[in-house]
Design a protein around this ligand. Structure first.
Ligand code: AMP
Ligand code: ZN
Length: 442
Protein backbone atom coordinates (compact mmCIF):
# COMPACT_ATOMS: atom_id res chain seq x y z
CA UNK A 1 0.00 0.00 0.00
CA UNK A 2 1.61 3.21 -1.13
CA UNK A 3 0.43 6.49 0.34
CA UNK A 4 1.12 9.67 -1.62
CA UNK A 5 0.81 13.07 -0.01
CA UNK A 6 1.27 16.56 -1.37
CA UNK A 7 4.12 18.17 0.53
CA UNK A 8 3.93 21.98 0.83
CA UNK A 9 7.66 22.00 1.58
CA UNK A 10 8.70 20.51 -1.78
CA UNK A 11 5.54 21.60 -3.65
CA UNK A 12 5.14 18.07 -4.96
CA UNK A 13 3.15 14.92 -4.40
CA UNK A 14 5.46 12.33 -2.86
CA UNK A 15 5.31 8.77 -1.66
CA UNK A 16 5.02 8.95 2.11
CA UNK A 17 7.88 7.25 3.91
CA UNK A 18 7.63 7.46 7.67
CA UNK A 19 10.84 7.82 9.65
CA UNK A 20 9.76 4.78 11.64
CA UNK A 21 6.71 2.83 10.38
CA UNK A 22 6.21 1.50 13.90
CA UNK A 23 5.92 5.06 15.18
CA UNK A 24 4.28 7.41 12.67
CA UNK A 25 3.99 10.93 14.06
CA UNK A 26 1.70 13.81 13.07
CA UNK A 27 1.23 17.28 14.56
CA UNK A 28 -1.67 19.57 13.67
CA UNK A 29 -2.07 23.12 14.97
CA UNK A 30 -5.19 23.23 17.10
CA UNK A 31 -7.62 26.00 18.01
CA UNK A 32 -6.95 29.16 19.93
CA UNK A 33 -9.59 28.84 22.61
CA UNK A 34 -11.33 32.19 23.00
CA UNK A 35 -14.55 31.76 21.01
CA UNK A 36 -16.80 29.18 19.36
CA UNK A 37 -15.07 27.32 16.54
CA UNK A 38 -16.47 28.19 13.12
CA UNK A 39 -17.07 25.87 10.19
CA UNK A 40 -13.73 26.92 8.65
CA UNK A 41 -11.95 25.71 11.79
CA UNK A 42 -13.75 22.39 11.36
CA UNK A 43 -11.98 21.79 8.07
CA UNK A 44 -8.48 20.93 9.37
CA UNK A 45 -10.10 18.99 12.21
CA UNK A 46 -12.07 16.77 9.83
CA UNK A 47 -9.44 16.51 7.10
CA UNK A 48 -6.62 15.48 9.43
CA UNK A 49 -8.98 13.12 11.22
CA UNK A 50 -9.46 11.29 7.92
CA UNK A 51 -5.71 11.20 7.41
CA UNK A 52 -5.28 9.91 10.99
CA UNK A 53 -7.78 7.12 10.30
CA UNK A 54 -5.98 6.29 7.06
CA UNK A 55 -2.57 6.19 8.75
CA UNK A 56 -4.01 3.90 11.42
CA UNK A 57 -5.34 1.64 8.70
CA UNK A 58 -2.00 1.50 6.89
CA UNK A 59 0.41 1.31 9.85
CA UNK A 60 -1.84 -0.06 12.60
CA UNK A 61 -3.63 2.01 15.23
CA UNK A 62 -0.94 1.38 17.84
CA UNK A 63 1.76 2.76 15.55
CA UNK A 64 0.39 6.23 14.88
CA UNK A 65 0.68 9.19 17.24
CA UNK A 66 -1.43 12.23 16.52
CA UNK A 67 -0.83 15.42 18.48
CA UNK A 68 -3.18 18.38 18.17
CA UNK A 69 -2.64 21.21 20.60
CA UNK A 70 -4.92 23.63 22.40
CA UNK A 71 -3.61 27.19 22.17
CA UNK A 72 -4.58 28.54 25.59
CA UNK A 73 -2.02 31.33 25.79
CA UNK A 74 -2.80 34.10 23.33
CA UNK A 75 -3.52 37.80 23.44
CA UNK A 76 -6.97 37.25 21.89
CA UNK A 77 -7.83 35.14 24.95
CA UNK A 78 -6.55 37.83 27.30
CA UNK A 79 -8.63 40.46 25.51
CA UNK A 80 -11.77 38.29 25.67
CA UNK A 81 -11.35 37.65 29.40
CA UNK A 82 -10.92 41.38 29.99
CA UNK A 83 -14.06 42.19 27.96
CA UNK A 84 -16.11 39.67 29.92
CA UNK A 85 -14.50 40.54 33.23
CA UNK A 86 -13.76 36.89 33.99
CA UNK A 87 -10.56 34.96 34.74
CA UNK A 88 -8.67 33.72 31.70
CA UNK A 89 -9.18 30.10 32.72
CA UNK A 90 -12.97 30.65 32.49
CA UNK A 91 -12.62 31.56 28.82
CA UNK A 92 -10.17 28.80 27.93
CA UNK A 93 -11.92 26.01 29.85
CA UNK A 94 -15.37 26.89 28.58
CA UNK A 95 -14.17 27.23 24.99
CA UNK A 96 -12.18 24.00 25.12
CA UNK A 97 -15.18 22.10 26.44
CA UNK A 98 -17.38 23.54 23.71
CA UNK A 99 -14.79 22.70 21.07
CA UNK A 100 -14.65 19.07 22.21
CA UNK A 101 -18.43 18.78 22.17
CA UNK A 102 -18.74 20.32 18.73
CA UNK A 103 -16.11 18.20 17.04
CA UNK A 104 -17.25 14.98 18.71
CA UNK A 105 -20.55 15.52 16.89
CA UNK A 106 -18.56 15.67 13.65
CA UNK A 107 -17.30 12.12 14.14
CA UNK A 108 -13.74 13.14 14.93
CA UNK A 109 -11.46 10.82 16.93
CA UNK A 110 -9.61 12.44 19.82
CA UNK A 111 -5.90 12.87 19.09
CA UNK A 112 -3.45 10.75 21.09
CA UNK A 113 -2.14 13.81 22.89
CA UNK A 114 -3.77 17.21 23.22
CA UNK A 115 -1.14 19.40 24.83
CA UNK A 116 -1.81 22.89 26.13
CA UNK A 117 0.52 25.86 26.03
CA UNK A 118 0.05 26.51 29.74
CA UNK A 119 1.31 22.97 30.35
CA UNK A 120 4.53 23.54 28.39
CA UNK A 121 5.95 26.89 29.48
CA UNK A 122 9.22 25.42 30.90
CA UNK A 123 9.85 23.64 27.58
CA UNK A 124 9.33 26.91 25.71
CA UNK A 125 11.71 28.78 28.02
CA UNK A 126 14.27 26.02 27.55
CA UNK A 127 14.03 26.21 23.78
CA UNK A 128 14.39 30.00 23.79
CA UNK A 129 17.51 29.68 25.94
CA UNK A 130 19.00 27.30 23.39
CA UNK A 131 18.18 29.68 20.53
CA UNK A 132 19.88 32.57 22.34
CA UNK A 133 22.93 30.43 23.11
CA UNK A 134 23.21 29.44 19.46
CA UNK A 135 23.03 33.04 18.24
CA UNK A 136 19.60 32.67 16.62
CA UNK A 137 17.79 34.85 19.12
CA UNK A 138 18.48 37.98 21.14
CA UNK A 139 16.98 39.90 24.01
CA UNK A 140 15.83 43.45 23.37
CA UNK A 141 13.65 45.73 25.38
CA UNK A 142 12.23 42.96 27.58
CA UNK A 143 11.45 40.82 24.54
CA UNK A 144 13.28 37.88 23.05
CA UNK A 145 13.30 37.86 19.27
CA UNK A 146 14.28 35.30 16.71
CA UNK A 147 16.73 36.81 14.26
CA UNK A 148 15.66 35.54 10.85
CA UNK A 149 18.91 36.36 8.97
CA UNK A 150 20.65 33.95 11.36
CA UNK A 151 19.04 31.11 9.45
CA UNK A 152 20.31 30.71 5.93
CA UNK A 153 17.13 29.39 4.33
CA UNK A 154 14.51 31.20 6.38
CA UNK A 155 11.30 31.39 4.34
CA UNK A 156 11.81 28.17 2.37
CA UNK A 157 8.31 26.85 3.08
CA UNK A 158 6.30 29.84 1.91
CA UNK A 159 8.94 31.02 -0.60
CA UNK A 160 8.05 34.63 -0.16
CA UNK A 161 10.11 37.63 -1.09
CA UNK A 162 11.56 39.71 1.71
CA UNK A 163 9.05 42.50 0.99
CA UNK A 164 6.15 40.09 1.22
CA UNK A 165 7.49 38.70 4.47
CA UNK A 166 7.82 42.13 6.00
CA UNK A 167 4.29 43.04 4.91
CA UNK A 168 2.96 39.61 5.94
CA UNK A 169 4.53 39.70 9.37
CA UNK A 170 1.69 42.10 10.19
CA UNK A 171 3.42 43.44 13.25
CA UNK A 172 4.66 46.92 13.69
CA UNK A 173 8.35 47.03 12.91
CA UNK A 174 9.44 47.76 16.44
CA UNK A 175 12.60 49.78 16.89
CA UNK A 176 14.17 47.06 19.00
CA UNK A 177 14.12 44.58 16.12
CA UNK A 178 17.39 43.99 14.33
CA UNK A 179 15.57 42.88 11.21
CA UNK A 180 11.96 43.70 10.26
CA UNK A 181 11.09 40.01 9.87
CA UNK A 182 12.44 39.07 13.31
CA UNK A 183 9.64 37.62 15.37
CA UNK A 184 8.78 37.36 19.05
CA UNK A 185 9.69 34.32 21.14
CA UNK A 186 8.95 35.91 24.50
CA UNK A 187 7.29 39.16 25.53
CA UNK A 188 6.92 40.96 28.83
CA UNK A 189 3.61 40.85 30.74
CA UNK A 190 2.30 43.68 32.86
CA UNK A 191 0.60 42.85 36.16
CA UNK A 192 -2.82 42.61 34.43
CA UNK A 193 -1.62 40.04 31.91
CA UNK A 194 -0.80 36.38 32.54
CA UNK A 195 2.90 35.77 32.82
CA UNK A 196 5.52 33.31 33.92
CA UNK A 197 8.94 33.92 35.42
CA UNK A 198 11.79 33.55 32.99
CA UNK A 199 15.44 34.61 32.64
CA UNK A 200 14.04 37.63 30.74
CA UNK A 201 11.61 38.65 33.42
CA UNK A 202 7.94 37.89 33.90
CA UNK A 203 6.37 37.35 30.52
CA UNK A 204 4.62 35.03 28.10
CA UNK A 205 5.57 33.11 24.99
CA UNK A 206 4.87 34.12 21.39
CA UNK A 207 2.48 31.96 19.40
CA UNK A 208 5.04 30.15 17.22
CA UNK A 209 7.32 28.91 19.99
CA UNK A 210 4.33 27.24 21.61
CA UNK A 211 3.91 24.75 18.77
CA UNK A 212 7.65 24.14 18.40
CA UNK A 213 7.95 23.26 22.08
CA UNK A 214 4.85 21.06 22.20
CA UNK A 215 5.80 19.21 19.01
CA UNK A 216 9.31 18.54 20.32
CA UNK A 217 7.97 17.34 23.66
CA UNK A 218 5.53 14.82 22.20
CA UNK A 219 6.95 13.90 18.80
CA UNK A 220 10.68 14.58 19.00
CA UNK A 221 13.01 16.85 17.04
CA UNK A 222 12.03 15.57 13.60
CA UNK A 223 8.70 13.91 12.85
CA UNK A 224 6.64 12.85 9.85
CA UNK A 225 3.70 15.16 9.17
CA UNK A 226 2.81 18.68 10.23
CA UNK A 227 -0.59 20.05 9.27
CA UNK A 228 -2.83 23.09 9.49
CA UNK A 229 -4.80 25.53 7.36
CA UNK A 230 -3.13 27.30 4.45
CA UNK A 231 -3.27 30.62 6.33
CA UNK A 232 -0.82 29.20 8.86
CA UNK A 233 1.92 28.59 6.29
CA UNK A 234 3.25 32.08 6.82
CA UNK A 235 4.27 33.29 9.29
CA UNK A 236 3.27 30.58 11.79
CA UNK A 237 4.71 27.46 10.18
CA UNK A 238 7.68 29.25 8.70
CA UNK A 239 8.57 30.40 12.19
CA UNK A 240 7.94 27.03 13.81
CA UNK A 241 10.39 25.59 11.31
CA UNK A 242 12.97 28.29 12.01
CA UNK A 243 12.81 27.77 15.77
CA UNK A 244 12.82 23.99 15.75
CA UNK A 245 15.49 23.52 13.11
CA UNK A 246 17.83 26.06 14.66
CA UNK A 247 17.31 24.78 18.20
CA UNK A 248 17.85 21.15 17.20
CA UNK A 249 20.33 21.56 14.32
CA UNK A 250 18.14 19.62 11.93
CA UNK A 251 17.43 19.96 8.20
CA UNK A 252 13.69 19.75 8.67
CA UNK A 253 11.19 19.98 11.50
CA UNK A 254 8.71 17.64 9.82
CA UNK A 255 9.26 15.80 6.56
CA UNK A 256 5.82 16.48 5.13
CA UNK A 257 3.90 19.74 5.54
CA UNK A 258 0.22 19.65 4.69
CA UNK A 259 -2.17 22.56 4.36
CA UNK A 260 -5.91 22.50 3.88
CA UNK A 261 -7.49 25.09 1.60
CA UNK A 262 -9.81 27.78 2.86
CA UNK A 263 -13.54 27.51 3.35
CA UNK A 264 -15.90 30.27 2.31
CA UNK A 265 -19.65 30.49 2.85
CA UNK A 266 -22.19 30.98 0.06
CA UNK A 267 -19.48 32.32 -2.23
CA UNK A 268 -18.04 34.87 0.19
CA UNK A 269 -15.23 34.98 2.68
CA UNK A 270 -16.68 34.18 6.07
CA UNK A 271 -16.67 37.16 8.39
CA UNK A 272 -18.73 38.65 11.17
CA UNK A 273 -19.27 41.88 9.21
CA UNK A 274 -20.55 39.98 6.15
CA UNK A 275 -23.10 38.27 8.38
CA UNK A 276 -22.14 34.85 7.00
CA UNK A 277 -20.02 33.76 9.94
CA UNK A 278 -21.24 30.36 11.11
CA UNK A 279 -20.11 28.38 14.09
CA UNK A 280 -20.06 24.58 14.20
CA UNK A 281 -22.40 24.84 17.13
CA UNK A 282 -25.04 26.77 15.15
CA UNK A 283 -24.87 24.29 12.29
CA UNK A 284 -25.33 21.42 14.71
CA UNK A 285 -28.67 22.92 15.77
CA UNK A 286 -29.91 22.36 12.26
CA UNK A 287 -28.00 19.50 10.67
CA UNK A 288 -26.81 16.11 11.89
CA UNK A 289 -23.06 16.23 12.55
CA UNK A 290 -22.27 13.53 10.06
CA UNK A 291 -23.97 15.49 7.29
CA UNK A 292 -21.54 18.34 8.01
CA UNK A 293 -18.64 15.89 7.99
CA UNK A 294 -19.72 14.38 4.68
CA UNK A 295 -20.24 17.79 3.13
CA UNK A 296 -16.70 18.80 4.11
CA UNK A 297 -15.26 15.69 2.50
CA UNK A 298 -16.94 16.25 -0.86
CA UNK A 299 -14.08 18.63 -1.69
CA UNK A 300 -10.42 17.55 -1.79
CA UNK A 301 -8.66 19.07 1.19
CA UNK A 302 -6.29 21.31 -0.77
CA UNK A 303 -9.05 22.94 -2.83
CA UNK A 304 -11.01 25.92 -1.63
CA UNK A 305 -14.49 24.93 -0.52
CA UNK A 306 -17.67 26.91 -0.88
CA UNK A 307 -19.99 25.94 1.97
CA UNK A 308 -23.64 26.33 0.95
CA UNK A 309 -26.98 25.29 2.43
CA UNK A 310 -27.73 23.61 -0.87
CA UNK A 311 -24.66 21.39 -0.72
CA UNK A 312 -25.36 20.45 2.91
CA UNK A 313 -28.89 19.50 1.93
CA UNK A 314 -27.57 17.34 -0.91
CA UNK A 315 -25.14 15.70 1.49
CA UNK A 316 -28.00 14.79 3.78
CA UNK A 317 -29.98 13.29 0.91
CA UNK A 318 -27.02 11.16 -0.19
CA UNK A 319 -26.37 9.80 3.30
CA UNK A 320 -30.07 9.17 3.94
CA UNK A 321 -30.27 7.18 0.71
CA UNK A 322 -27.26 5.09 1.63
CA UNK A 323 -28.25 4.49 5.25
CA UNK A 324 -31.68 3.30 4.12
CA UNK A 325 -29.91 0.46 2.30
CA UNK A 326 -27.24 -0.38 4.90
CA UNK A 327 -26.31 1.63 7.96
CA UNK A 328 -22.69 2.07 9.02
CA UNK A 329 -23.99 1.50 12.58
CA UNK A 330 -24.38 -2.19 11.72
CA UNK A 331 -21.20 -2.53 9.68
CA UNK A 332 -17.67 -3.71 10.43
CA UNK A 333 -15.50 -0.63 9.84
CA UNK A 334 -13.03 -1.27 7.02
CA UNK A 335 -11.45 0.81 4.28
CA UNK A 336 -11.33 -1.12 1.04
CA UNK A 337 -11.23 -1.15 -2.73
CA UNK A 338 -11.45 2.08 -4.69
CA UNK A 339 -12.23 4.08 -1.55
CA UNK A 340 -8.91 3.08 -0.03
CA UNK A 341 -7.12 3.71 -3.34
CA UNK A 342 -8.57 7.21 -3.48
CA UNK A 343 -7.57 8.02 0.10
CA UNK A 344 -4.05 6.78 -0.53
CA UNK A 345 -3.90 9.31 -3.37
CA UNK A 346 -3.35 12.44 -1.27
CA UNK A 347 -6.55 11.88 0.72
CA UNK A 348 -8.73 12.31 -2.33
CA UNK A 349 -12.09 12.23 -0.56
CA UNK A 350 -14.26 13.32 -3.52
CA UNK A 351 -12.84 10.39 -5.46
CA UNK A 352 -13.52 8.15 -2.46
CA UNK A 353 -17.12 9.39 -2.39
CA UNK A 354 -17.52 8.67 -6.10
CA UNK A 355 -16.28 5.14 -5.33
CA UNK A 356 -18.78 4.80 -2.48
CA UNK A 357 -21.57 5.48 -4.97
CA UNK A 358 -20.39 2.49 -7.02
CA UNK A 359 -19.95 0.05 -4.14
CA UNK A 360 -22.40 -2.58 -2.98
CA UNK A 361 -24.36 -1.62 0.11
CA UNK A 362 -22.44 -3.72 2.62
CA UNK A 363 -18.99 -2.64 1.52
CA UNK A 364 -20.11 0.99 1.37
CA UNK A 365 -21.44 0.84 4.94
CA UNK A 366 -18.12 -0.65 6.12
CA UNK A 367 -16.15 2.09 4.43
CA UNK A 368 -18.43 4.79 5.81
CA UNK A 369 -17.98 3.37 9.31
CA UNK A 370 -14.19 3.41 8.84
CA UNK A 371 -14.43 7.01 7.67
CA UNK A 372 -16.11 8.10 10.89
CA UNK A 373 -19.80 7.86 9.97
CA UNK A 374 -21.98 6.39 12.72
CA UNK A 375 -25.25 6.03 10.81
CA UNK A 376 -27.09 8.64 12.87
CA UNK A 377 -29.12 11.19 10.95
CA UNK A 378 -31.33 12.30 13.82
CA UNK A 379 -32.68 15.72 12.96
CA UNK A 380 -31.38 17.99 15.74
CA UNK A 381 -34.40 20.25 15.30
CA UNK A 382 -36.67 17.40 16.29
CA UNK A 383 -35.34 17.70 19.84
CA UNK A 384 -36.20 21.38 19.89
CA UNK A 385 -39.78 21.30 18.65
CA UNK A 386 -42.71 21.41 20.98
CA UNK A 387 -45.11 18.71 19.78
CA UNK A 388 -48.06 20.07 21.76
CA UNK A 389 -47.63 23.54 20.27
CA UNK A 390 -47.57 22.08 16.75
CA UNK A 391 -50.68 20.02 17.40
CA UNK A 392 -52.42 23.13 18.71
CA UNK A 393 -51.42 25.10 15.59
CA UNK A 394 -52.70 22.28 13.37
CA UNK A 395 -56.03 22.26 15.24
CA UNK A 396 -56.35 26.03 14.71
CA UNK A 397 -55.62 25.58 11.04
CA UNK A 398 -58.32 22.90 10.71
CA UNK A 399 -60.71 25.26 12.42
CA UNK A 400 -59.75 28.01 9.96
CA UNK A 401 -60.52 25.63 7.08
CA UNK A 402 -63.87 24.81 8.62
CA UNK A 403 -64.58 28.56 8.70
CA UNK A 404 -63.35 28.94 5.14
CA UNK A 405 -60.70 31.34 6.43
CA UNK A 406 -58.06 30.20 3.96
CA UNK A 407 -55.79 33.18 4.57
CA UNK A 408 -55.54 32.25 8.24
CA UNK A 409 -54.95 28.58 7.37
CA UNK A 410 -52.10 29.59 5.04
CA UNK A 411 -50.63 31.92 7.63
CA UNK A 412 -50.45 29.10 10.17
CA UNK A 413 -48.88 26.78 7.61
CA UNK A 414 -46.26 29.37 6.67
CA UNK A 415 -45.41 29.95 10.28
CA UNK A 416 -44.79 26.23 10.78
CA UNK A 417 -42.82 26.02 7.54
CA UNK A 418 -40.53 28.75 8.85
CA UNK A 419 -39.79 26.48 11.82
CA UNK A 420 -38.85 23.66 9.47
CA UNK A 421 -42.15 21.83 9.91
CA UNK A 422 -43.83 20.40 6.87
CA UNK A 423 -47.56 19.69 6.91
CA UNK A 424 -49.15 16.87 4.96
CA UNK A 425 -52.88 17.15 4.30
CA UNK A 426 -55.04 14.15 3.51
CA UNK A 427 -58.66 13.11 3.75
CA UNK A 428 -60.06 10.30 5.82
CA UNK A 429 -61.15 7.65 3.28
CA UNK A 430 -64.46 6.98 5.02
CA UNK A 431 -65.60 10.25 6.56
CA UNK A 432 -63.92 12.61 4.08
CA UNK A 433 -62.70 14.58 7.08
CA UNK A 434 -59.54 16.68 6.58
CA UNK A 435 -56.47 15.21 8.34
CA UNK A 436 -53.10 16.83 8.85
CA UNK A 437 -49.82 15.24 9.87
CA UNK A 438 -46.42 16.86 10.12
CA UNK A 439 -42.73 16.07 9.81
CA UNK A 440 -39.47 17.97 9.98
CA UNK A 441 -38.54 19.25 6.56
CA UNK A 442 -34.97 18.52 5.54
P1 AMP B 1 -7.20 29.46 14.64
O1 AMP B 1 -7.99 29.07 15.86
O2 AMP B 1 -7.64 30.74 14.03
O3 AMP B 1 -5.71 29.41 14.89
O4 AMP B 1 -7.52 28.39 13.52
C1 AMP B 1 -7.54 27.00 13.75
C2 AMP B 1 -7.40 26.26 12.45
O5 AMP B 1 -8.48 26.57 11.55
C3 AMP B 1 -6.12 26.60 11.66
O6 AMP B 1 -5.59 25.40 11.13
C4 AMP B 1 -6.63 27.49 10.55
O7 AMP B 1 -5.80 27.43 9.42
C5 AMP B 1 -7.97 26.91 10.26
N1 AMP B 1 -8.91 27.83 9.60
C6 AMP B 1 -9.32 29.04 10.06
N2 AMP B 1 -10.20 29.60 9.21
C7 AMP B 1 -10.39 28.74 8.17
C8 AMP B 1 -11.19 28.73 6.98
N3 AMP B 1 -12.02 29.72 6.68
N4 AMP B 1 -11.09 27.66 6.16
C9 AMP B 1 -10.28 26.63 6.45
N5 AMP B 1 -9.50 26.56 7.54
C10 AMP B 1 -9.54 27.60 8.41
ZN1 ZN C 1 1.12 25.70 15.31
Amino acid sequence: MELTLYNSLTKAKQVFQPIDPAHVRMYVCGPTVYDFAHIGNARPIIVFDVLYRLLRHVYGAAHVKYVRNITDVDDKINARAREEGVPISDVTERTTRQFHEDIAALGVLPPDVEPTCTGHIPQMVEMIKVLIAKGNAYEADGHVLFNTPSMKDYGALSRRSLDEMVAGARVEVATYKKDPTDFVLWKPSDSETPGWDSPWGRGRPGWHIECSAMAKQHLGEVFDIHGGGIDLQFPHHENEIAQSRCAHDTDVMANVWMHNGFLQVEGRKMSKSEGNFITINELLQKWPGEVLRFNMLRTQYRQPIDWTEKSVQESWDVLAGWYAKASPADADPAMSGEVLEALLDDVNTPRAIAALHQMDDTERASNLAALGFAGDLTDPRAAQVDDAAIDAAIALRLEAFANKDFAEADRIRDQLTAQGIQLKDSKDAETGERLTSWEMKR
